[in-house]
Structure formats: structure tokens, C-alpha cells
Design a protein around this ligand. Structure first.
Ligand code: M6R
Length: 362
């Protein structure tokens, strides 16, 4: 049942305020982050190794920034199909974490089985609690996104991010890295996130307009720095999957090491840049793109738009959130851009060619 929407993907995008809220209620009590038994004690862990595929991998890549910056915990993130065959050494006091919407992805499950007897503990972040990956973990954390039908993962991604951020906060607390003030600020903003998401859904029409132009492009680049770098990959992946337009993501700082050669007036460049601590640097990369005729679509907040919004082709303005929450909120414009571009191209949004919802074979 599409609940009045044209596509499951549109319904699932719109459900995000309510599923993020469900996810928060499952893990956040008055007193802070609460995990199901047997719980997690990050003081016993020196390192985290994360494996996953596709969008779940990109949630893991985002989590690396959170765990390292907020909790000071070193994290390796791998594409599960690479991890499983590389025979990576697993040092003592390593927790292995697997992220999977379906909980049945063959490569992710094989990566988990590789870690079974080597890692101190095996955790998973899944949408299907009775899945193989959940069953074979010491602790499975459900994301409470509800059934996801669209092949392009949307609400599962933002719920994965929500759980991963809560885990990073728990790690920061256990490791004595979080002042009570910072913790309270983040938790307050997290509790407000469903409302913020609702407000951001109001940008749908502006995004649809921009997407009509994107749908005429042959190649599109996505740029981001820091927490926006994994999300640039997610924006490009979503766009490729459902609109079949070639899209690539780069860390903004990598631009001058090669990809800037691609820029001309026919290559739209989506720049994901809230007014965060790295904003000025991203803006200077953006200016390099514009100096070569590149058409920039800037996704930012009001402070960012005031500084850098004038000369770009289009601005999509998001509500303000603390920097740490930007990956969750900015997933929404990335999803909507892909969705509306696919609609403008007339492709099959829910059943894109050559793709299956769950990849249970290698
Ligand atoms: O079920 P999983 O989360 O393990 O699936 C992993 C990928 O196959 C999945 O995220 C895929 O990349 C999506 N189609 C992305 O939208």
C-alpha cells in the first residue's frame, strides 16, 4: 500500500519524521542513550571495524567520522565484499559492527562470519530483527524503520544513521569524552530532528524544479567535505540507481587532484555544504568549479546561503541543525533530488533496472 503516494520511495521518504521518531524513542530515555541487553561497554573496546554494502556502507562511513571525532575511537570501514576476502587482521579489543537493512546481504553476512571468532564482540544495526545478520550477532540493534519496499534505500539510511549516532554518543560518554552540556545540546537537537525533517520536506517543490534540469545532464558530480563526504556518495548512488544518470562523488579537497578536469557547463555539480567548520574550504572548491563554467547546486542552510548563495545556479536551503546532525538531515535533499530526477526522466523509481532489494548472492 503506497498510502496515497505515487511510489513506495516517495512514501518512505515522507515517513522519515515518524520512523526517526520511533527510532529515537527506542533508544533514548530521559536519562540518555539506553541500549538493549546485553548492552555495550565502550571502555572494553579499543577499535571498531565496520563492514556493509551500498547505502549501509555509506552509513558506516558517516559513523567513522562520528566515532572518531566525538568518541576518539578509531574506526575502519570496509565494503563487505572487499573485507571478507582480504583476510584483515583483527587486533585484540576490536568490536565488529555490521550494518544491513535486510540483514541478509551475502557479503555482509560472510564478513560477519569471518569476524565471529576473531573480534571481541559482534554487533549489528539491522532493519529486520529476525534476519540472519541479527541472529548471528552478539547484539543486534534494530533501526525501527518499518518495512522498506523501494529498492533505493531511504528511511533505512536515516534510521541507520540515527542509531549509529546514538552509539557514538554512548561511546563518547563511556570514554569520558562528552561534557554534560554538549551531550544535552546534541540530545535536544536529536529530539527535535523529526520536526526539523518535516520542515525540510517542505523544500520538495524547489528540489523538483532543480531536478528537471539535472534530468537533462549526462554526468553529475557531488562534492562534500567531512560529514558531507559520505553523503555526497549517497547522493550519487541514489541518483545512479533510479535515474541511470552517471553520478560521482568526490571529497571537495580531491577536486584539484583530477576530477576538476571534468568540469564544464554541461556538468552540474551538487555541493553539500551546511555552514559548518569546513564551510569556507568547501566554498573555495565550489568557486574553482564555477570559474570553469560548472553549474553549482548548493545545498546549505540560511547562513551558508547568505555567504555563498549569490553566484550559484541554485540554492536549496535546509533548516539549521548542529553540525553533528547534518548527515541525517541532508540525506533528505539527496534522496529527493534523485527521486525527482528519476520522475523527470520517467524511469521506474521503485523497481530500477538490474537491481534487487536484497542481494543474497555474491
Ligand atoms: O540490505 P542491505 O542494507 O544489506 O543492502 C545493502 C545494499 O544492497 C543497499 O543499501 C543498496 O545499495 C541500496 N539499493 C541503495 O539504495
Amino acid at each position: 500500500d503506497k498510502g496515497g503516494y505515487k511510489h513506495f520511495m516517495a512514501k518512505e521518504i515522507a515517513e522519515q519524521p515518524s520512523v526517526i521518531s520511533a527510532c529515537l524513542s527506542a533508544y533514548l530515555t530521559e536519562s540518555g542513550v539506553a541500549l538493549p541487553d546485553p548492552g555495550i561497554d565502550f571502555t572494553t573496546i579499543d577499535r571498531l571495524t565496520i563492514s556493509a554494502c551500498g547505502t549501509a556502507y555509506l552509513a558506516g562511513l558517516t559513523a567513522k567520522y562520528w566515532f572518531e571525532q566525538v568518541a576518539g575511537l578509531p574506526v575502519d570501514v570496509d565494503i563487505a565484499s572487499e573485507f571478507r576476502y582480504r583476510e584483515p587482521p583483527i587486533p585484540p579489543k576490536t568490536a565488529a559492527l555490521f550494518i544491513s537493512q535486510s540483514g541478509e546481504t551475502a557479503d555482509t553476512l560472510a564478513a560477519l562470519r569471518y569476524c565471529r571468532d576473531k573480534a571481541s564482540v559482534v554487533w549489528s544495526v539491522v532493519n529486520v530483527p529476525e534476519s540472519s545478520i541479527a541472529r548471528e550477532s552478539d547484539l543486534a540493534l534494530p533501526i525501527h524503520a518499518g518495512i522498506e519496499i523501494g529498492v533505493a534505500s531511504t528511511k533505512a539510511f536515516t534510521c541507520q544513521l540515527t542509531v549509529l549516532l546514538l552509539l557514538a554518543l554512548k561511546a563518547a560518554e563511556d570514554r569520558g569524552r562528552l561534557t554534560p552540556e554538549r551531550r544535552d545540546d546534541i540530545l535536544t537537537a536529536l529530539r527535535a530532528l523529526p520536526g526539523t525533517f518535516n520542515a525540510a520536506l517542505g523544500r520538495d517543490e524547489v528540489i523538483a524544479q532543480a531536478a528537471r534540469r539535472l534530468s537533462e545532464a549526462r554526468d553529475i558530480l557531488f562534492l562534500g567535505r567531512g560529514l558531507m563526504y559520505p553523503l555526497a556518495h549517497e547522493g550519487a548512488l541514489k541518483l545512479k540507481e533510479i535515474s541511470y544518470i552517471h553520478a560521482e562523488a568526490y571529497a571537495s579537497g580531491e577536486l584539484k587532484h583530477g576530477p576538476i578536469a571534468l568540469i564544464d557547463k554541461n556538468v552540474p555539480v551538487v555541493v553539500l555544504a551546511p555552514k559548518d567548520s569546513l564551510f569556507e574550504k568547501t566554498v573555495s572548491n565550489m568557486q574553482e568549479v564555477m570559474a570553469r563554467g560548472g553549474q553549482v547546486l548548493l545545498v546549505t542552510d540560511s547562513a551558508g546561503a547568505a555567504i555563498a548563495g549569490n553566484d550559484v545556479w541554485k540554492v536549496i536551503q535546509m533548516p539549521e541543525v548542529p553540525e553533528i546532525l547534518t548527515p541525517i538531515l541532508y540525506a533528505l535533499p539527496a534522496q529527493l533530488l534523485a527521486y525527482h530526477t528519476a520522475i523527470a526522466k520517467g524511469t521506474d523509481v521503485d523497481q530500477p533496472r538490474n537491481l534487487a532489494k536484497s542481494v543474497t548472492v555474491e
